[in-house]
Design a protein around this ligand. Structure first.
Ligand SMILES: Nc1ncnc2c1ncn2[C@@H]1O[C@H](COP(=O)(O)OP(=O)(O)OP(=O)(O)O)[C@@H](O)[C@H]1O
Ligand SMILES: [Mg+2]
Length: 348
């Protein structure tokens, strides 16, 4: 008997990626994975700017990776997504959904008619005089979501659900056993232009921040300071040793400076969470995304936040099926797989 199957689709700044996961005998199995590079500028700041170009890449992806279904779970993450901890009066879940729009109108930085809203109850707060739901309010600009859906439709596919990218990343950051009991942890997916930060405790999300920062800022700094092309700067970023000294040292210095600025931003976000939640420090950071592979980033972050920093292993959360990828290819794509695998995992 065939199990449940879902495909997670991640439209990133640099590539479109998808993962097909099937639940077989109770366990999730990765059946297909693929990615296709996007031309520069067609996705900007996490938003689809050129739906036709994105659709072409998605079509190619479907042919190359031989996905067996056409409906997908689509990830969304951009500056027009807001996640906030709020309290709402307790009521039956149906009533809560129906009245959400009216209850949160003052809390979202956009007209509620133009927003896609969701509320994730985390706990009930009961006192003598009140009964409240405390939870995460998610508000996303309808326009930005529709632009991404349009690109998917143009590729001949259908969006079954839309999910928040940070939630997807959390799903594959570890298991109940590995999360431990040491207190809140941060899961950070660093892309080309978008960094998703999600703090959780035992897998339950507590805080989400989406920063418009990523690996491309480091490349951009090299372009600007050395006056070379983005392609050359990208190669140099990944391997400064390819240059002779003193140019290699100059490149390393630019990368270091860009890393300092990046790490400061991430630290600022988590410091805010720590301050807001009573000062309990984070116990660990788990990284994913291409931008996290920048040489020295994990060490710099660990020093700045004085917390252990590890790389996530999304493929330990699934069994690897007949993906057609070699062990070397799987190793290469694993850091890039957190979003699509996590999106699929949320739907199987
Ligand atoms: N080996 C590496 N060393 C350093 N940087 C790398 C490496 N591999 C990828 N990157 C960087 O990772 C970034 C791309 O990451 P990723 O593919 O996760 O982003 P994306 O999902 O396409 O974009 P976003 O999530 O920002 O919309 C680029 O800035 C790229 O330079
Ligand atoms: Mg990404």
């Amino acid at each position: 008997m065939a199990g449940r199957t879902a495909i997670g689709l991640d439209i990133g700044t640099s590539s479109v990626r998808a993962a097909q996961v099937t639940v077989s005998k109770g366990s999730p199995v990765l059946e297909r994975f693929g990615q296709v590079a996007l031309p520069p500028g067609v996705v900007r700041d996490g938003e689809v700017v050129d739906a036709d170009a994105v659709a072409v890449a998605i079509r190619t992806l479907w042919v190359q990776a031989k996905f067996t279904k056409k409906d997908v779970v689509l990830g969304v993450s951009n500056q027009k997504v807001v996640v906030r901890l709020i309290d709402l009066p307790w009521m039956a879940e149906d009533d809560l959904r129906a009245s959400l729009k009216f209850q949160v109108a003052d809390l979202v930085p956009m007209p509620v008619e133009e927003a896609v809203l969701d509320f994730i109850p985390l706990e009930e707060v009961v006192s003598d005089s009140s009964r409240l739901y405390r939870g995460l309010l998610v508000a996303a600009s309808q326009d930005a979501v529709l632009d991404a859906i349009r690109a998917v439709q143009k590729a001949g596919l259908k969006v079954a659900t839309v999910d928040l990218t940070p939630f997807a990343v959390l799903r594959v950051a570890g298991s109940a056993d590995s999360f431990g009991t040491g207190g809140p942890e941060a899961v950070v997916d660093i892309g080309a232009k978008v960094t998703n930060i999600i703090v959780h405790e035992a897998g339950i999300p507590k805080f989400v921040r989406i920063l418009l920062l990523g690996g491309d800022d480091i490349t951009g700094a090299i372009v600007e300071k050395l006056g070379i092309s983005p392609v050359e700067a990208e190669a140099l970023k990944r391997n400064p040793a390819a240059l002779a000294e003193p140019s290699a040292a100059a490149a390393r210095k630019i990368v270091d400076q860009a890393l300092v600025e990046f790490v400061d931003e991430v630290r600022g976000s988590v410091d805010y969470f720590v301050a807001m939640s009573g000062g309990r420090p984070l116990s660990r950071f788990v990284l994913s995304g291409g931008g996290s592979l920048s040489d020295g980033l994990a060490q710099r972050l660990a020093t700045a936040v004085r917390t252990p920093v590890e790389y996530g292993r999304p493929f330990t959360q699934v069994q690897i099926g007949k993906t057609g990828l070699s062990p070397e290819q799987l190793q290469y794509v694993e850091p890039l797989s957190a979003v699509p695998v996590g999106l699929a995992m949320g739907a199987v």
